[in-house]
Design a protein around this ligand. Structure first.
Ligand code: ATP
Ligand code: MG
Length: 351
């Protein structure tokens, strides 16, 4: 039976990109009851690789991310939610995996390249940040997870993990399991752009609609969204490609929303055709998008507010989850050490 693992960096509250790119799928998987185990990790150690001098940011966002998880429907009775740094075996595994990866292989990772540039690390890349794809391989393999629901930016990480698994299993012994990425069905959700339409929506770029945003914040953010710069007057023909308002509609819109909020169209295609022809203003499109977002995010926000009243329960859950996760990781660690011949005492004692 399949084992699922995913994680998020506690570098901020979770946003619409997380929800559509990964969280929604996790909740569906959880509720299907088809999976042996589901692990959800708050990756604080990974967040420190580029926020090592901002410990409070990482520390404070642990409960924020946990609240977002549970507000979206993740149930700690069905999935194990835990904090990465509380599982020291993950560091231990990473250390041995480092022998199986070359510097040039890490340098070729397109997501890391892009993130280095975004963070202005060009001339002074912290080693910890540079090697985070290796630690991510440890995160996955420690739990023998084979299915990883992620956004598109994570594909190079999963590929790196697969390579490490193959090397390890060939050199030592068949102990590790090769993971497979699962992308959202809707291709728009694989990499949701930010409000400015440029880079992907990302906590570190501040171009997000957060799951915890108030109704008013959402409205204001939608109003300020970038659209088609050539669509100056309502009657001008517009472009739906690379237009974040239409990208978000592609990601979220269901036909029922037209009946409810914009009955002059039967579906998104009719609306797009009108925009492309000319005669449909950006204000009206944004108003419709706002209605949809309000509708999708209201129940999440309300659950979040309820959960936030009892942070003691949230920390309790994380502690229990971390203890359980550590048991699993330490079992894999023993198998890894045995496979590598670095168990010198007990049954395999050196003479
Ligand atoms: P940071 O800026 O700190 O890297 P982030 O917003 O990229 O934060 P992560 O915690 O790195 O978020 O990513 C967690 C998960 O969410 C990953 O599976 C990632 O692929 C997915 N994800 C993040 N941003 C998006 C997005 N804009 N569209 C789709 N999926 C996304
Ligand atoms: Mg990221």
């Amino acid at each position: 039976m399949d084992i699922v693992l995913t994680g998020d960096r506690p570098t901020g509250k979770l946003h619409l990109g997380h929800y559509l790119g990964s969280l929604k799928r996790r909740v569906e998987m959880q509720n299907s009851g088809k999976y042996k185990d589901i692990y959800v990790m708050i990756a604080d150690a990974q967040a420190l690789t580029d926020n090592f001098d901002d410990i409070n940011k990482v520390r404070n966002n642990i409960s924020e991310v946990a609240l977002d998880y549970m507000a979206c429907g993740l149930d700690p009775n069905k999935v194990t939610i835990y904090i990465q740094s509380q599982i020291p075996e993950l560091c231990e595994l990473s250390f041995y995996y480092m022998n199986l990866v070359t510097v040039s292989r890490l340098q070729r990772n397109p997501t890391v390249k892009n993130e280095i540039q975004m963070r202005g690390f060009n001339t002074s890349i912290p080693v910890g940040f540079f090697t985070y794809p290796i630690s991510q391989a440890a995160d996955i393999t420690a739990f023998k997870a084979n299915l990883i629901p992620v956004g598109e930016d994570q594909l190079p990480m999963i590929e790196q993990a697969r390579e490490i698994v193959r090397s390890f299993n060939t050199i030592y012994k068949e102990v590790l399991v090769e993971p497979k990425a699962i992308l959202p069905d809707n291709s728009t959700c694989c990499r949701l752009p930010g409000l400015d339409g440029a880079a992907k929506m990302s906590k570190s770029l501040g171009n997000c609609i957060y799951l915890s945003d108030s109704s008013n914040d959402i409205k204001k953010k939608v109003q300020s969204m970038f659209t088609d710069p050539t669509h100056l007057r309502v009657e001008d023909p517009g472009h739906v490609e690379n237009n974040p308002v239409f990208i978000y509609l592609d990601a979220l819109c269901k036909d029922e929303y037209f009946a409810e909020f914009l009955p002059e169209y039967a579906n998104l295609q009719e609306m797009k055709d009108h925009y492309t022809r000319g005669g449909l203003g950006d204000g009206k499109c944004k108003k419709f998008l706002n209605e949809i977002l309000q509708n999708e995010l209201k129940p999440i926000r309300e659950r979040r507010e309820e959960l936030a009243k009892d942070l003691g329960y949230i920390f309790d859950t994380l502690e229990k989850g971390s203890i359980k996760a550590r048991e699993v990781a330490s079992k894999t660690m023993q198998e890894v050490k045995t496979a590598m011949g670095i168990n010198y005492f007990g049954e395999n004692k050196l003479n």
